[in-house]
Design a protein around this ligand. Structure first.
Ligand code: ZN
Length: 198
């Protein structure tokens, strides 16, 4: 199968994925050679490289700018991930609040960290924990990570369920000091009082 461009770059595993997807179309009762589907396995294989690119992201998180501050909250970091039980997307927002120890993270570093763990086969609880665990390993005092997501595997199939799943993970002094945690939570949800019960 040829692509208009970049076919020389196509690696072995991409070609294997294409063949598997073609076979999947056949098993689903489709004709993979009809016009609308002929390029679908190639397009999907290419898309998988992007949406599962988190496995290849090794970007280490490090504190960079120096700043005297109590708590820093990065709200509404958008993410898209894949439910590992059904291979359907779940997506939403992640809020990261942390207490620095003199130095702070660049906001793009946090967004990249979210991508690193979102762009793979995931469950929301683990995604939340992995982000918190990587942040607490750096030179900071505590972190709170909240993920709010909609799951297509819940919306599209079975008992249709429109609920928003919220997962929370805290580490360091955010785990030890409840008052601090509540303070940060109320800041995060200042404009969304209905979510304060997390
Ligand atoms: Zn699922």
């Amino acid at each position: 199968m040829t692509r208009p461009n970049g076919s020389a770059k196509k690696n072995n595993s991409t070609k294997k994925i294409e063949r598997l997807l073609r076979q999947l179309l056949i098993e689903l009762g489709e004709n993979p050679d009809r016009e609308g589907l002929i390029q679908t396995p190639a397009r999907m294989a290419e898309m998988f490289e992007e949406i599962f690119g988190g496995y290849r992201m090794n970007a280490e998180l490090e504190v960079s700018f120096s700043e005297e501050t109590d708590a820093i909250i990065a709200k509404n970091i958008e993410f898209y991930s894949m439910c590992e039980h059904h291979m359907l997307p779940f997506y939403g927002k992640i809020h990261i609040a942390y207490i620095p120890s003199g130095k702070v993270f660049g906001i793009s570093k946090l967004a990249r960290l979210v991508e690193k763990y979102a762009r793979r086969m995931q469950i929301q609880e683990r995604l939340t924990k992995q982000i918190a665990d990587e942040i607490i390993r750096t030179d900071i005092k505590g972190v709170l990570v909240i993920a709010e997501a909609e799951h297509l595997c819940m919306k599209m199939r079975g008992v249709k369920n429109d609920s928003l799943i919220v997962t929370v993970c805290h580490r360091g002094i955010m785990e030890e000091q409840r008052q601090l945690r509540d303070q940060v939570l109320s800041l995060i949800y200042a404009s969304k009082p209905e979510m304060r019960s997390v």
